[in-house]
Unconditional design. Structure first.
Length: 255
């Protein structure tokens, strides 16, 4: 990652923050984005404590195409180039499908699916114009291919991101050498998903028991995988989804 420039959307909290930290510790110039400037500033300072690369932030909302364009412009102006994009920004909450409002549905689709497309398109256009072979990493969930009861908006959006991952991997891989991959994390401690979706200690324990390895994953483990998928060690991996969930989604036996 040394001297590479990586954009991590939603990089000021949860998994995004741990990925940004790993990249910066490995010598990358990291751009973290988020909606709350105060939080971005704090996390930038935290990352700089151990970073060997540089860190900047862009206060923005992935739902706003004008913000996304500004993110690309500011990253290029500060670091001279963009090498990798991690579409990590997400929104989610537990709700019964029949109780989900239209605005609630649209909000999650907008952040997760539209936001991922807006950022991919803006950074992809920059790479195509500059003839650079960049790499995109998307975040999905195993419920993108089975069922997300209680999170229908997120499940539908992540299924869209999965399709976007594979489609861009083919379109942009064949024309421009741009690689596009995804990670499907399971329950990961210290993340927005764990905090927002585990509504009680009992629910957290039930989730833990559903994982064959009987533990939550660590955000540092996701960060290590992200680093590998962006690096040249993964230069022949394209259009792939790597599940990191302790085997949880395979644990379908009724006992
Ligand atoms: C029902 C809800 C709700 C809830 C919001 N809404 N929370 N409905 N139950 N708990 C509805 C609101 O009533 C409103 O609809 C609409 O959603 C928009 O809400 P706002 O608060 O105005 O939206 P906004 O401020 O844009 O915030 C977006 C958000 C918020 C998604 C609601 O939680 C957010 O910003 N989250 C970002 C961080 C996050 O969620 N991280 C977790 C990612 S976990 P009405 O009709 O009332 O106007 C993840 C897990 C992946 O993705 C898989 C892991 C295995």
């Amino acid at each position: 990652m040394n001297n590479k420039t990586v954009i991590v959307t939603g990089g000021s909290s949860g998994m995004g923050k741990y990925m940004a930290k790993r990249f910066a510790d490995e010598g990358a110039n990291v751009v973290i984005t988020g909606r709350k400037e105060e939080r971005l500033q704090l996390v930038k300072e935290e990352l700089l404590e151990t970073a060997t690369g540089k860190v900047m932030y862009v206060q923005m909302d992935v739902r706003e195409p004008a913000d996304v364009k500004r993110m690309v412009d500011e990253a290029v102006e500060e670091f001279g180039a963009i090498d990798h994009l991690v579409n990590n920004a997400a929104g989610n909450f537990i709700v019964a499908a029949e109780e989900l409002s239209i605005n609630g549905w649209n909000t999650v689709i907008d952040i997760v699916l539209n936001g991922t497309f807006y950022c991919s398109k803006a950074v992809g256009e920059y790479w195509i114009k500059e003839k650079r072979k960049g790499t995109i990493l998307n975040m999905v969930a195993t419920y993108a291919w089975d069922a997300g009861a209680g999170v229908i908006h997120s499940a539908a959006a992540k299924a869209g991101v999965l399709s976007l991952t594979r489609t861009l991997a083919v379109e942009w891989g064949s024309k421009y050498g741009i690689r596009v991959n995804a990670i499907a994390p399971g329950p990961i401690e210290r993340t927005g998903g764990a905090e927002k979706l585990m509504l009680s200690p009992e629910m957290a324990e039930r989730t833990r028991q559903s994982v064959p390895l009987k533990r939550f994953g660590k955000p540092e483990e996701i960060a290590g995988l992200a680093c590998f998928l962006l690096s040249d060690d993964a230069s022949y991996i394209n259009g792939e989804v790597v599940t990191m969930d302790g085997g949880q989604w395979l644990n379908q036996l009724p006992f």
